[in-house]
Write a protein that binds this ligand. Sequence first.
Ligand SMILES: Cc1cc2nc3c(=O)[nH]c(=O)nc-3n(C[C@H](O)[C@H](O)[C@H](O)COP(=O)(O)O)c2cc1C
Length: 243
Amino acid sequence: MPGSSSPADVLPNIANDLFKQPVAGLQALPPRATHPPRILVLYGSVRERSYSRLASEEAARLLQAMGAETRTFNPSGLPLPDDAPESHPKVQELRQLAEWSEGMVWCSPERHGAMTGIMKSQIDWIPLTSGAVRPTQGKTLAVMQVSGGSQSFNAVNQMRVLGRWMRMLTIPNQSSIAKAFLEFDEAGRMKPSAYYDRVVDVMEELVKFTLLTRDASSWLTDRYSERVESAEALSKRVNQKSI
Ligand SMILES: Cc1cc2nc3c(=O)[nH]c(=O)nc-3n(C[C@H](O)[C@H](O)[C@H](O)COP(=O)(O)O)c2cc1C
């Protein structure tokens, strides 16, 4: 029955608490951090001349120009999910980068109308929960794809679903670079085009959303149902102790 087992204090008056009388358990939003937004860039190909990697490098350059700190994970050598222990150095590197980050860019090629297995494997190696740490929850996410054919959105749409699954705040804008082999010069830089301008738009939006949400991310992702669950678990433990 809804509410029957819910302690009243797990259902606060959010607007009242936030603006009039911050209470324990729902403190006023913390002061804004001033360090550069930390963005992890993931791409989904190990080809030598990979356009998703080149596009992700372009994104990282733009993010840095906008004041962010970026780190990029090279997926080469990452084992298939569950095909190696979690202690594998590439898995550890990926997980540490995920924990470090406050936002992410995922840039996958479209293959057979889908994101690549390389892209998905990286996400599958990042646990939703690791002890008390949730490496992706409440972090911002921008999705990008490159394709060999005409413009499509299959990979970005799938990554949006994946972002939701990882409890991330996926920003509205996104980038899809069609016929990617035409869009980069010999040196691997993206040529001026509407596609390039869109990448700039997306990175700008990512930086803004990250700056606005990073300090409040645990508050934004704090869930009523999980507060009820932990209140019930706590009262069970107290009851057990008193027996
Ligand atoms: C097996 C395979 C399947 C592909 N499927 C698609 C597809 O469904 N749609 C598309 O537009 N391009 C498709 N492509 C082209 C790739 O998206 C394109 O080569 C892209 O640049 C690959 O990314 P990368 O350069 O980062 O490796 C496919 C390529 C391969 C090898």
